[in-house]
Design a protein around this ligand. Structure first.
Ligand SMILES: [Zn+2]
Ligand SMILES: [Zn+2]
Length: 204
């Protein structure tokens, strides 16, 4: 794997800016991968690694950048818990480590780099040099990953009995004997507005 500085530069490029979250994400990922025996996440080990991330914030992009895992490859799953934590799973050995960013690190950062005036710059610089155990808590965990959540071809494609959308990966729901997509089952997050598509010329 590349050095910390190389990985940080790459994640800042993909994320769009350098920030404390990039430092946290890169260091968290490097430490967690070492603990589950993944040395080459984007090369030889790329099919062994699975990540569950618990927040959609800056550090999430760094985790994606360092691991090479992504939503599209189905090797990255986002759980909307709002906690700055992620679980890294070695699918081969089943070893898994959950890393949580410690809230105390914010205050501890004050004692590092006291010459840096700006609070966010100070955190960014401090997070680069603080010892891992001040930044993170690591837990050995067991994770059950259902077959429908793993990379590979969809196990199933079924059509919603109400709207006709096709649902992949076992996300359909059964309601009174009908097969429904999650939207039709009550989780619809949008409302369809009935007006003509402005880019389609009206037929006269
Ligand atoms: Zn950021
Ligand atoms: Zn539907």
């Amino acid at each position: 794997m590349e050095s910390f500085e190389q990985l940080l530069a790459e994640s800042a490029r993909i994320h769009g800016h350098i920030c404390a979250g990039q430092v946290i994400g890169v260091r968290m990922t490097m430490a967690a991968l070492e603990r589950i025996g993944i040395a080459d996440p984007k090369g030889a080990d790329r099919k062994k690694l699975y990540v569950l991330v618990e927040i959609d914030r800056c550090a999430t992009d760094a985790i994606q950048s360092v691991t090479g895992c992504s939503l599209g490859k189905r090797s990255l799953r986002w759980l909307d818990f709002g906690v700055m934590a992620a679980t890294f799973v070695n699918l081969d050995s089943r070893r898994a480590v959950r890393a949580v960013a410690r809230e105390e690190a914010r205050a501890l950062a004050e004692s590092y780099c006291p010459d840096v005036a700006d609070k966010y710059q100070r955190q960014l610089q401090a997070y680069k040099v603080m010892p891992l155990d001040e930044l993170f808590t690591f837990q050995e965990v067991e994770v059950e990953i259902p077959a429908c959540a793993l990379p590979g071809r969809p196990l199933r494609r079924v059509q919603c009995d109400r709207c006709g959308d096709w649902v992949q990966d076992c996300r359909e729901q059964e309601h009174n004997g009908r097969t429904l997509c999650r939207a039709c089952a009550g989780e619809r997050y949008y409302r369809v507005i009935d007006r003509p598509d402005p880019l389609v010329a009206p037929s006269s």
